[in-house]
Ligand binder design. Structure first.
Ligand code: NYM
Ligand code: MG
Length: 216
């Protein structure tokens, strides 16, 4: 039996990820493709609750510590994610390790240090980067009150996503699947259409083994 496809949606805050993830889930379900939506951070686990408190500024944590918690939150769900894929179900993640690196490195932590804890997590077959300028994203009702939701930081985060795109496209760091950048400043139907174009070829399932992030 073919396994499900592993698809990740990434982007800045207010880039429309959650809206597009919900639209894609409906579209896949409409096409009779079984799909599970997984959001990172998953704020429901004990680790996720620590992350949630940090993001809402109810707790303070050292930058390294919160980085490792975000990664641990992916690791605690990794086995379940793989099982879901093997059961033939497509997994759609709203954020993944790329957010982990981009947001922490934008605070000044070394890029390579940020990448290390996520090494050998299941690698997505496709990462969709919803690209939008921070000032455009801000026009969408403005950023919220959570940590990181500031224009200056989002600008740095965007640069880091672009660096990852380049490395992944050039395959500098081992097999991590395909990366596609979509113009997220378009209206949401147009964005959804662009997403569907890259997702539809994966809806027949995947035959390849599940690869690992940043590992040959
Ligand atoms: N974020 C998310 C990180 O800093 N590291 C991570 O590993 C992940 C998955 O959390 N501003 C940041 C990005 C967001 C914030 O995510 C909360 P969301 O999707 O806005 O709930
Ligand atoms: Mg957010």
């Amino acid at each position: 039996m073919l396994r499900g496809a592993f698809i990740v949606i990434e982007g800045l805050d207010r880039s429309g990820k959650s809206t597009q993830a919900a639209m894609l889930v409906s579209r896949l379900e409409g096409a009779n493709v079984p799909v599970k939506l997984q959001k990172f951070p998953d704020r429901t686990t004990p680790i996720g609750k620590m992350i949630d408190a940090y993001l809402r500024s109810e707790s303070d944590l050292d930058d390294h510590t919160i980085h490792l918690l975000f990664s641990a939150n992916r690791w605690e769900l990794a086995a379940q994610l793989e099982e879901t894929l093997k059961a033939g179900i497509t997994v759609l993640c709203d954020r993944y390790a790329f957010s982990g690196i981009a947001f922490s490195a934008s605070k000044g932590l070394p890029y390579e240090w940020c990448r290390a804890p996520d090494r050998s997590l299941p690698a997505p077959d496709l990462t969709i980067f919803l690209d939008i300028a921070p000032e455009k994203a801000m026009e969408r009702g403005g950023y919220g009150d959570e940590r990181y939701e500031k224009e200056e930081m989002q600008r740095k985060v965007r640069e880091l996503f672009r660096r990852m795109e380049e490395e992944i496209t050039k395959d500098t760091h081992g097999v991590v699947g395909a990366w596609t950048t979509i113009d997220a400043s378009q209206d949401k139907e147009a964005v959804a259409q662009d997403i569907w174009q890259v997702v539809e070829p994966l809806t027949d399932g995947c035959s390849n083994v599940i690869r690992r992030l940043w590992q040959q």
